[in-house]
Design a protein around this ligand. Sequence first.
Ligand code: CAA
Length: 379
Amino acid sequence: MQFDLTEEHLMIRQAARDFAQTELKPGVIERDEHQKFPAEQIRKLGELGFLGMMVSPEYGGSGMDAISYSIVMEELSKVDASASVVVSVNNSLVCYGLEKYSNEEQKQKYLVPLAQGQVIGAFCLSEPEAGSDATSQRTTAIDMGDHYLLNGTKNWITNGSTASTYIVMAQTDASKKHRGINALIVEKGMEGFTVGPKENKLGIRGSDTHSLMFTDVKVPKENRIGEDGFGFKFAMATLEGGRIGIASQALGIAAGAYELSLQYAKERKAFGKTLADLQAIQFKLADMATEIEAARLLCYRAAWLKDNHLPYAQAASMAKLFASETAMRTTVEAVQIHGGYGFVKEYHVERLMRDAKITQIYEGTSEIQRIVISREVLK
Ligand code: CAA
């Protein structure tokens, strides 16, 4: 067993760190306040190859491993989780699923531009009445011979209005329950496809979250991913990798809040000393550092299992569960360490605390991760 990152990992980490400081940090407070999508920053991330990190170069990707992906997610999320969720969804829920399960024609048409960062994608599973209970899909895709007729509503869709390519899960044969669900590639602009208003969120406010409405959208048969009825397994298998991305996002949010707290504690004076001289603060920093290190090891382990083609569902859920709980605890403590300054926007930690909350909710709540983990444990 060895814990060192490779030279390549270290270089990727430095590149992501530099990008976060020079491109994401300026304007992050304003984007959060005004719910402004980081369009220019995402375009640059695409140019750097960070939107198709794990896709093979044959399909326009960077051919990197999942550990590199985790590293990049951590570094970007230290500064701007609204930008990093775009990176996570595009890499894990869109590109990965297409590379692994779509056919050659679909790869050429949809994966290549997504992996090259020319366009971005969205993954559409959640519905007004199907969130955690993902098998209860109400959106229907009726088989009309040469096409599916798509009807229904999707909720909480990241990249809702900015995406060009949408992977939509829909029920074709309700009598088969989850085995009657299909995953369809839907293009922006298809007749009958409309985007609802932007959600006004607690956190990750720069990201673009919408409901989507489908009314008699004709989706060509050749846009179905995999065999008839493969859609639910597609969604679950894709979400496994997504959970590594969100775990790493949570890790980054925690690490960002910790680094700001450490710096503040060394500078801020109280009772004739720096905060860092006070044991009450030292203990908080010690707990933060320990939990962050544990979260990082869980993220890297899940990524390593994925890179080595070993089962990683349980490891990904463990990483997401622990890292997201760590993000929440750490950011709350970071605000506490900053005192009144922690409560205002200029010091960044209040935003990190708001952003942390979503990591316990999306791509499976903490309760869903516990279901996945306990099923494996009890097998
Ligand atoms: N890979 C492949 N197949 C899988 C799988 C996996 N990881 N997990 C389950 N399946 C298959 C099972 O084998 C089963 O198929 P068969 O019956 O044919 O064997 C089928 O899926 C149903 O599985 P379960 O019986 O386990 O289903 P369940 O109803 O008990 O629930 C669940 C499973 C884990 C709770 C699941 O519903 C789940 O993960 N829910 C959460 C959904 C979620 O994460 N939503 C996030 C939305 S996406 C998002 O947030 C993106 C964003 O924009 C940021």
